[in-house]
Design a protein. Structure first.
Length: 399
């Protein structure tokens, strides 16, 4: 497959229900996260010098490396899904969920001993383990072959029973589900399948805090986006952001561009085939974009992406390596962003779309020009510091 591949879905006749991802729902989610004593809104960085350099009106990047001290956005979804599970068990409605309530002694007595289990390449598992640890509960985490030791140790520091397996990500999901069934565990997985939709839906809703913060900041500046680039693994975050912005910007919707690594491009393949079936990527998924190395689309998220996304991109690892270097080496007084392998790919793509004349056809098709206001999400910092330095300092994946 080429380094840069674009597809889109023509003749859309039906549209998925996105009513659960509206402004009011996002505000409820944000209020829950605000109840954490360590809550702070993460920075929305205005890269004004970079925008001028590449010929855009504005280029904003949401920097999630500051989220709850965990260096990634995933805790938003995991904490909200776990809180909803607890709320259902103790009879507490979504509007009344708070950190103090779910971590209280009374709640622990009602719940008893639990074990939360999940599969992860790193960030989601760390978020589940962190939340379980805050609750005084146990966690069990399955990690795919190729996961770095730093990501494993980050999870183990949250008192989690975590192990790197010989299987790929999607097979680790099956191992986690099997463990939960056989050990009366609670599966907190950010993908879905038949019979398992409630938890992943709440994870997707949890991500809306990120979108809500961005929307409120940009609305105040009177600078709502014309284009939003969203990286995707299974597609939960991308579907959540897509649904929210399509809801709150109904009158003038932004173009949504979904981005995946060539080596794990299940959404791109599904969109390109456009035959009513989900298309999987099998085998060892070895892109450097570890958090995006997922071969099976989220079943509840795909209808949203199918309905409301404008383009799907499948790209080489080069683009994320470039994005990491660009964000970490800012122009003039632009704020520097430390962005990891799964966080920087959209920035690398936007840069190359605007600067590489070989991509002019794609730039024109997507409609990027001097009047465009682009939004990207840097969903993680240097969650694997060794790999970050090899790429940014030593020039791995330079071409």
């Amino acid at each position: 497959m080429d380094k840069f591949n674009l597809t889109y879905i023509e003749n859309k006749n039906t549209y998925a229900d996105i009513s659960d991802f509206d402004y009011d729902s996002a505000k409820i989610v944000n209020n829950f996260h605000k109840s954490f004593d360590i809550y702070e809104k993460t920075p929305l960085v205005d890269l004004k010098n970079l925008a001028e350099e590449i010929g855009l009106r504005k280029f904003f990047v949401k920097d999630e490396s500051y989220r709850f001290g965990l260096n990634a956005f995933k805790v938003l979804g995991a904490s909200y899904a776990i809180a909803n599970y607890i709320g259902e068990k103790i009879g507490l409605g979504e509007n009344n969920l708070t950190f103090d309530e779910i971590t209280s002694v009374e709640t622990k007595k009602k719940l008893g001993e639990l074990i939360f289990t999940t599969a992860t390449d790193g960030n989601h598992g760390r978020a589940v383990a962190w939340t379980a640890n805050k609750l005084g509960q146990r966690s069990k985490v399955f990690m795919p072959k190729g996961t770095t030791l730093e990501r494993l140790e980050n999870i183990r520091r949250e008192n989690s029973d975590a192990h790197i397996m010989e299987e790929n990500y999607d097979d680790c999901v099956r191992l986690a589900a099997k463990f939960a069934r056989e050990n009366k565990g609670v599966l907190i997985q950010d993908t879905s399948w038949q019979g398992y939709t409630e938890v992943p839906k709440n994870i997707m809703k949890g991500y809306m805090t990120m979108a809500y913060e961005v929307f409120m900041d940009l609305k105040e500046k009177e600078m709502l986006p014309t284009h939003i680039f969203l990286q995707a693994g299974v597609g939960s975050m991308a579907a959540s952001m897509t649904a929210f912005f399509r809801n709150v910007m109904k009158e003038n919707p932004p173009k949504i561009i979904i981005v995946e690594p060539n080596k794990a491009n299940c959404l791109y393949r599904t969109a390109h085939a456009n035959d009513g079936r989900l298309h999987f990527v099998k085998g060892h998924l070895n892109s450097i974009m570890a958090g995006l190395n997922c071969g099976e689309p989220v079943t509840i998220g795909w209808p949203i992406l199918e309905s409301y996304s404008d383009y799907f991109l499948s790209v080489d690892d080069y683009y994320t390596a470039l994005g990491m270097r660009i964000l970490g080496n800012s122009i003039g007084d632009d704020r520097k962003i430390i962005s990891g392998e799964s966080g920087a790919v959209t920035t690398g793509i936007v840069y190359e779309l605007m600067k590489d004349e070989d991509l002019r056809e794609y730039r024109n098709k997507i409609g990027l020009d001097k009047d465009s206001l682009v939004l990207c999400f840097s969903t993680e910092g240097d969650t694997d510091k060794k790999t970050y330095r090899e790429i940014v300092w030593r020039g791995r994946y330079n071409s």
